[in-house]
Design a protein around this ligand. Structure first.
Ligand SMILES: *Cc1c(COP(=O)(O)O)cnc(C)c1O
Length: 410
């Protein structure tokens, strides 16, 4: 990958641009490129780029396929799960009201609160606020105290939902509490929809329909993680009238009213008073290339055998662990929790041998040529993680060679 290349055809696009190349052992992290696009999706994108189509027709086709695979009424392609959350919030705020659509993100005088369990707050919930919503968080982090108390009581959520509530938000992970069914029950009893952030919850494929079966109203997935679609895509699945509101607020609306023929699959028999202005989602546009790319990738993802994918990741992780097992200065293990879809290699640097800690090794890897990105958080005792999802077998070998070299030199 590095070294002198005389033949420019051998050099990667990043080398030709003079931009340092990265080996991604961090998993589907947006800041280092997110995912490896499926070749079939890349081909579809290339082909679509040389022709024209009505974007709303492609969205309607995507909607049909998302509905089939998730069990939801309808679906929509967005520029990532994050923008799916913004559009979901916008739909819950505005519904079919053209005047509210036009006003967002300003929400004076309308219900504008999204209620969330405090333990579900993440950096990604800025996406809700982008549409104009205020997040009201309730509950505690008592679970972390080991006190036996839960983070959110049913009555507490019920109490927090009121006349200013536009939606209830939920981040789906294997550790999320309360159960989504409980949250949905309380929200729906109060007449309020539920938005689920399930960005990274695929695979297993069963999660495509799981949250819809649990009666979530809108569910967001990343297209640029395990689906391996274009990195800047996302999927929103949910109720027809909410997806319709998303479409109204996201599609380009430079349209002569007499000539407007919105596709029925997306808009159903909606009656609205004219053509909306460009909505809050207009800046999050999805081109025909991304649309055919994610449609193609999604089709393959849905047809694939989950177990095969898990086994492939597991195998790659175990090979990396085997290669590093005997390095003096490293404690190497395989991540063990059954909740994790992907097997990671866990590494602890033994600083008594190497003279440096985990953090320094991570920094050295990032500064290497090619740069190597690994999973790491700054929590105390947090291991270095090698995530196999975005690696080829070749790259996995390079990562372990580079890592072993650094420890041996130390
Ligand atoms: C990755 C992620 C997102 C953002 O998804 P994008 O497709 O990158 O916009 C949102 N929420 C969670 C929990 C995520 O893991």
């Amino acid at each position: 990958m590095t070294g002198d290349h005389t033949d420019s055809a051998e050099r990667s696009i990043f080398e030709r641009l003079g931009v340092p190349e990265v080996i991604n052992a961090a998993g589907t992290k947006t800041r280092v490129g997110g995912t490896r696009l499926r070749p079939e999706a890349a081909e579809a994108m290339q082909e679509a780029s040389d022709g024209f189509v009505r974007i709303s027709d492609l969205q309607a086709e995507a909607s049909k396929r998302i509905a089939e695979s998730t069990g939801a009424d309808a679906g929509y392609i967005t520029t990532g799960a994050s923008s799916a959350l913004t559009l979901a919030a916008a739909a819950c705020l505005a519904g079919d009201d053209l005047s509210i659509m036009n006003r967002l993100p300003h929400t004076e005088g309308i219900p504008n609160e999204i209620v969330m369990a405090r333990s579900h707050r993440t950096g990604y919930d800025h996406a809700f606020r982008l549409a104009g919503a205020n997040i009201v968080d309730v509950g505690t982090f008592d679970r972390d105290l080991g006190s036996g108390s839960t983070n959110l009581k049913r009555w507490e959520l019920d109490d927090a939902i009121g006349e200013d509530t536009a939606a209830v938000g939920y981040v789906a992970t294997s550790r999320s509490e309360p159960p989504l069914e409980t949250l949905v029950d309380v929200a729906h009893t109060n007449g309020v929809p539920v938005i689920v952030d399930a960005a990274a919850e695929l695979p297993p494929k069963s999660n495509l329909s799981r949250f819809i079966e649990q009666e979530a109203d809108l569910v967001a997935f990343s297209g640029g993680k395990a689906i391996q679609g274009p990195q800047a895509t996302g999927i929103l699945a949910g109720r027809q009238e909410l997806i319709r509101s998303v479409a109204f607020q996201q599609l380009d609306m430079d349209i002569i009213e007499e000539l407007w023929e919105p596709p029925e699959e997306l808009f159903g028999d909606a009656t609205i008073d004219g053509v909306p202005r460009h909505g809050i989602g207009r800046g999050m546009k999805v081109g025909r290339e991304e649309l055919v790319g994610i449609i193609t990738a999604f089709e393959q993802f849905v047809e694939e055998n989950d177990q095969k994918t898990f086994d492939e990741w597991d195998e790659r992780a175990r090979q990396m662990a085997d290669r590093l097992q005997d390095e003096e200065g490293l404690h190497v293990s395989i991540s063990g929790t059954e909740d994790d879809a992907v097997t990671n290699v866990e590494i602890q640097v033994d600083s008594t041998v190497t003279g440096f800690e985990n953090l320094e090794l991570v920094r050295h890897l990032q500064q290497h040529d090619p740069q190597v990105y690994v999973g790491f958080t700054d929590a105390p005792d947090s291991p270095i993680l090698l995530n196999p999802m975005c690696l080829t077998d070749d790259e996995a070998g390079q990562v372990t060679d580079i890592l072993a070299g650094m420890v041996t030199e130390a």
